[in-house]
Ligand binder design. Sequence first.
Ligand code: SF4
Length: 421
Amino acid sequence: MWALTYLKPMRLTKECRVHFRNTAVIGIAGEHQVYFANIMTQMHRAFGRGGLGAVMGNKNLKAVVASGGTMIPVGRYTDIDAGLWKKVVDSMTGLKYLGTSSILGVANSNQALPTRNYSATTYEDAGKIDGEALRKHTINVNTCHSCLVACKRVTQSKKYNIITEGPEYETLMALGSNLCVNSLDDIIKSNYLCNKYGLDTISTGAAVAGLIEASEKNRTKYKITWGDYDGVHKLIEMIAKRKGIGAELAKGAAAFAQKHDVPCYTVKGLDFPGHDCRGLAGQGLSYAVSNRGADHLYSMEYMEEYGNPERTIITGKAKRVVYNENRNAVLDSMALCKFSVRFYTMDDYLKILSKITGSMEEKDMQMLGASIVEMERRFNCKRGFDKKDDVLPEIMKPSGFEEELKSYYRLRGWTKNGCPE
Ligand code: SF4
């Protein structure tokens, strides 16, 4: 069982006759407590970012298994309007057509695709690794439980004789454009290896990108160049097993950048994902204030900004960031996929919530979300985080950032130092 990231349903021991239905497992990376190790489910799905796999590894906890098949009745959930399902069925978004890889071309044309260790925001070879290109490797679609969107792509690399799920957009960025790897076969293999070892693809890519920049600048003895996909594959294994230079990279891009004097692209220690705030200024505010660091899903401001003529202006965006953070905190608590914001309106969410909890209005949902965000913030502030941590790297900071940060604190009712009273 050790070293696996997928456990087939099995009888655990002679005494323990549990035939489980699903598992949350750590791989070799979690066992070695790599700072950005994931918890994996269903072989290819990850509870990523932030290193929860390392926490399980530290506690010598290999897996959590679930068994049983009894339905748990939740309020009057079954009464929910069939119209909500129809909305998803009828919609034709890029997400249904190409999965999250559909975002890559959009990010590139909006100057928001991190490239060459975040030193650029457009990639000259974007067309070789975008959603249309990935279609040629796609052999099936997959979905989460009961979801009609089915945004998951089952892909094949004949070059490596691999069938896997993904890469998602963030992986195409982190192990593609940000490392200047322009071949999908090679990115599919990197994605496959990260899943096999249980590594977060964004943070793995960021750590390797930092190493390549250090190598190019002669700030490390380890040699690797942009686009060296064989070198990337080797490093992924070295990180997971903490071997050689991999032991340093396993502590994350921020620690590596500090030691080797290369630029650090993180907020609160978490690496930037693929919606660069030089093209999406409001997303920059969201990255800076997010309680878990550079997290694109905390408010999903990027979805409001792609294609918007005001996307590079930060002024006036704090109000929407607060609103969407509150909404997303509730969606997380409902265990509802955040991509649902592409299909559902606020009225739809209120309809679902009201069926479960009794009548709920928009202001109630906002208050609920705000209390979750504030609880997280209190936790952070008690551990020494404050305004000094709500920052962006200088080259990513949009003009007017400081003023908008003040507006954000004001709207939240927090002190000028970014903490609740
Ligand atoms: S639940 Fe979300 S991530 Fe899963 S298939 Fe549906 S849209 Fe995609």
